[in-house]
Design a protein around this ligand. Structure first.
Ligand code: NAD
Length: 315
């Protein structure tokens, strides 16, 4: 379906800025809403794209969001409190902001009948999931004793609310569970592993690997993630469902550290340090985190095109 005008919440953030730039290049009119709580405008990496309308405001402001949604034919909801460190410091704020922003966006979209894409997270799968994660696996939350951290819970609640409003109010929606997304312009400040390794390697400081480093992750280039989001927005037959969006090349964190050092030509030593238990000793991180991306492949023919070497070079 042709996109003419879209609203991007969190439009000054890492993924939002890339998405806005890509849509402008496709001739789409873009309105970006961001309160600049972590984003900066203009985006330091992408600058201020010509023709983009930037609105500084709080996405939890229902009246503001309703006004901005008016006249749009699609909404990308990316605004959220993100990053382990910040979430751990202020779980209450995370819960309030992520809930309030999602509610006001869903409410406005349902009221205007405008389709919305919700950015969820692989964290919804929880620490006990076995890789590769499939969308159908995530239904069971189990007892609260095995529960999720605050951020994951707010993302899961957002998903459930989208499906509920889809049923109750006919809201057209699509949900994406994003896995580790990386690329130029991502801040190293919030504990994301790849930007941190790259920063350490550039400064010649030790690259610090938590534990044995045998835990595995996949990384996806932000440009590929943006392609996935746009493809879903342009394909109404894909709506009403949730999709994993992430990379395909699984890599251990130790190998990632080695690769970063090698590609950057850095002399940094690799140092193993104990995993910093952010949430207490009984909170586990998923040892292997990898998406099954068969569903989105079938729905819109998407798979990532940029491999790990390119991802590291661009990080
Ligand atoms: P980001 O922090 O760079 O972007 C989020 C933006 O939202 C920031 O610019 C921030 O200022 C803005 N924001 C926060 N609260 C707001 C509010 N109340 N009103 C208006 N704007 C507000 O993060 P990102 O990496 O671009 O993530 C985008 C989305 O994707 C988030 O919803 C995140 O949870 C999700 N996600 C990202 C990843 C990843 O690897 N980057 C992985 C899983 C999920």
């Amino acid at each position: 379906s042709p996109l003419k005008k879209v609203l991007i919440t969190g439009g000054a953030g890492f993924i939002g800025a890339w998405l806005g730039r890509a849509l402008l290049d496709q001739g789409v009119e873009v309105v970006a809403l961001d309160d600049l709580s972590t984003g900066t405008w203009p985006n330091p990496t992408l600058g201020e794209p010509e023709g983009l309308t930037f609105v500084r405001g709080d996405c939890a402001d229902a009246a503001l969001v309703a006004r901005l949604v008016e006249g749009c034919d699609f909404v990308f909801h990316l605004a959220a409190v993100v990053g382990v460190r910040r979430v751990v410091e202020s779980p209450l704020r995370t819960a309030l902001v992520n809930q309030a922003t999602t509610l006001s966006v869903l409410e406005a979209a349902a009221g205007a009948g405008v389709p919305v894409l919700l950015a969820s997270s692989s964290e919804v799968y929880g620490p006990l999931a076995t890789a590769p994660f499939r969308e159908d696996d995530a239904g069971s939350f189990g007892p609260p004793e095995q529960g999720r951290w605050t951020y994951a819970l707010t993302k899961a609640a957002g998903e459930q609310l989208a499906f509920a409003l889809g049923r109750e109010r006919g809201l057209p929606f699509v949900v994406v569970r994003l896995f580790n997304t990386v690329g130029p312009g991502q801040s190293a400040a919030f504990g994301m592993v790849l930007p941190r390794f790259v920063a350490q390697a550039r400064r010649g400081e030790p690259i610090t690997v938590y534990g044995d480093g045998e835990q595995t992750r996949v990384f996806c280039h932000v440009a590929d993630v943006v392609d996935a989001l746009v493809a879903l927005a342009r394909t109404p037959s894909s709506w009403g469902r949730l999709y994993n969006v992430g990379g395909v090349e699984s890599v251990s964190i130790l190998d990632l550290a080695r690769k970063v050092r090698e590609r950057l030509g850095s002399d940094s030593p690799i140092r193993h340090v104990p995993f910093v238990q952010a949430f207490g000793d009984d909170f586990a991180e998923a040892r292997h985190r990898q998406p099954d991306i068969g569903r989105i492949g079938q729905a819109v023919g998407w798979s990532p095109r940029r491999g790990l070497d390119r991802i590291i070079d661009d990080a």
